[in-house]
Design a protein around this ligand. Sequence first.
Ligand code: DSN
Length: 416
Amino acid sequence: MEDLELLRLFKLEEDRQNGGIELIASENYPSKQVRAASSSIFMAKYAEGYPGRRYYGGCVNVDSGENLAIERAKKLFNCKYANVQPHSGSQANFAAYHALLSPGDKILSLTLNDGGHLTHGSPVSFSSHTYAFSFYPLGDDGRLDYEIIAKRLEEENPNLFLAGYSAYPYDIDFKRMRELIDEHNAHSPVHCYFMVDMAHIAGIVAAKLCQNPCDYADIVTSTTHKTLRGPRGGLILSNDEALGKKINSSIFPYTQGGPLEHVIASKAVNFLEDLQPSFVTYMKGVLENTSACAEELKKRGCVVFGSENHLFLLDVLSSFSINGKQAQERLESIGITANKNMIHGDTLTPNLASGLRVGFAAATSRGCSKEEAIKIAGIIYEALKDLNAPVEPLKAAVGEIVSGWKNVMELEYLGQ
Ligand code: DSN
């Protein structure tokens, strides 16, 4: 028997994804091979524990699958330890905090309105209930200010310094951060660990197009579905193998039960994909498209933050006298998906926000070219400059662009 209700929803979602331009910076499309692994027979296996040390029999094949994922992750990020079991980035962060800290310990993270994540100390997340968060702001120009970070380290004496962000459109100098923390630790009464949540930029790191935080941080967490182009899931990396043991027990048995071995197999396929030279070409395309779209909007007089990575923030309040919610809804009405976002110094609430976050990881996976990224900037500009202008010509322009793109269900493994 087929579940017709769900099949209908899957088809509608396929049509929605194929018919529109996806610019949400955290989204992407996995290849057919990545999707196939995540619906493989590994789904039917319980495997609490780690390869060679399971609480169940019959784990011989999933052990090999998980070992493949671990070894490929270590190679991709040039590190000594990898845990591929976290179900999500939030669970990876939860386990990383637990491996390094005790409840009540202090974490210094980026001011949330400047682009942090819920698990980086939001009042509505477990993180702020378990640990004592204090924050460092961005500088006046909306960029990380390493002098401010040094000053906040001295003021707070945290147990953990956290870098890595959800809406930061510039390069990050992890090496400089390591130096600041080492200088601080040389005289501080409290040892400060360095953690990086690289979920957004993991693909750029994998392609070696920016600094690798694994070279500098004690612990690095990530998701696997954003710029990496893998299945939804989490990942923890380190170069400290002793710390690796603590991370393992923080994931299982502390926060998770049975690992999702089918998703882990899918991560393994994706890591191999990301080790191919074609992934570097893809990631260069993402960076080029993001920057081409941002530059075109700037040429038209818009206020734009970035783009030095896979995303930029468009200040829609200054550029068009509208808020981020209005911009998001207007673009959705013509087939472009992006999300409202706070910008540095925002005067609006998070539900409205002054900015729009725009990224090209997903569109580039479907074949978006630099010329098309520039055309997309033009469509965004026309759509937002007059919210009452008819949608039909804009929808038609979106339709024309995506008609030449790959089908989201037919994307091939990047090694082919
Ligand atoms: N929800 C993700 C994002 O959109 O950036 C972060 O986890």
